[in-house]
Design a protein around this ligand. Sequence first.
Ligand SMILES: [Zn+2]
Length: 448
Amino acid sequence: MAEGYDLVIRAARAIVGGEESSCCIGVTAGRIAEVGAYSAPAVGASALDLGDDVVLLPGLVDSHVHVCEPGHTDWEGFAAATRAAAAGGITTLVDMPLDSVPVTVDPAAVTAKRRAADGQCLVDVGFWGGVVPGNLGRLPDLHQAGVLGFKCFLADSGSPDFPPLDAGGMAAALRVLRDLGVPLLVHAESAQAAAAIPEATGRKYADYLASRPRGLENLAIAEVIEAARVTGGHAHVVHLSSSDALPMIATAQNEGVRVSAETCPHYLTLAAEEIADGATAAKCSPPVREAANRELLWAGLRDGIVDLVVSDHSPCTADMKELASGDFGRAWGGISSLQLGLPLVWTEASRRGVSLAQVATWMAARPAELAGLHRKGQIRAGFDADFCVFAPDAPVTVDPARLHHRNPVTPYAGWDLRGEVRATLLGGEPVDPARPRGRFLAWGEAAR
Ligand SMILES: [Zn+2]
């Protein structure tokens, strides 16, 4: 180690190289210049000394966030979402291409998004582009405009501006994206299978669950796998809920098919048996399934079949959640958990003997890799000096009044969790709500 760093961090506990150890980190110009032994001689303009009550994690990367701005700023927005992210230890988020107006399906929409985000973001922000019927020819331009990869639906997205693809359309997109070197994220529920089942109405969670059975996911995921197999493109299954699909994803991965999958805090913490009738705060799609399904998702993570945990922060106004009527048919499907993901996942992970280093891989390193962000998600020389200071043993109780997202509806109100985010650093400096420093991360600029 040397002298002349902007900042020297000495951490009794840090996640480095996939394991927990003590270390000393020299930061210069917003990047990690060097990672050395805890007692290494190093001098900087400022110093941060962390005791053994906290663990220094890489800043988390959440590759599945619906910011909804411009167009639906009463649902969410860049200021509120990035503030919630920072409070949750997230230093990079990637915004989904729908739920805003315009949807991100052409280069002009990327410009509109960048303009809306500019000067508001407390953390770094990237964008996914959308693939919809008819915009295949625009994908290279959209990629050139800076999107990190693409997302499509195989079932109704709930937004008339963002119609689904069929299996052929998905394969055509994968061919284009294979050549661009970026992934296709797929909302994998089958439109055809869904069409045969009436929409649920009323307050019974069991009715809602029965209207979105595992088979909708299983069928669509089989199509995703075969499209990835024949095209050689990278298909990524977002928000996996059906554990039935794990064996076929594993088989495909073993055969060299480029298919990956993520799951979300709600599928790892909630269980259908425990969702009260009328408790529409817990509605999302695909739905939260049974406790036995949840345990199999944990096993899928431990086996490496699923290797990302991201929020699918999917906000709306409080009214749209239909909390008063409790009608699962009318309520918006989506759970907003940017700020709570880490303590939720860590609480359940630690109960199952999973290490914090493993959680950091799922919530930082792997999402960064998916988005091609090669300087994010790890504490390593050359990477951005983005950190989350986490007290893994501190008890916290979820208080909706302390959530920063715009409409703080949550199914976790009153939950007692383990682990508290004590500080979040972006580019070597603490995140300060009065001074938004988040940058736009474009593909190419972000990639090594
Ligand atoms: Zn989503």
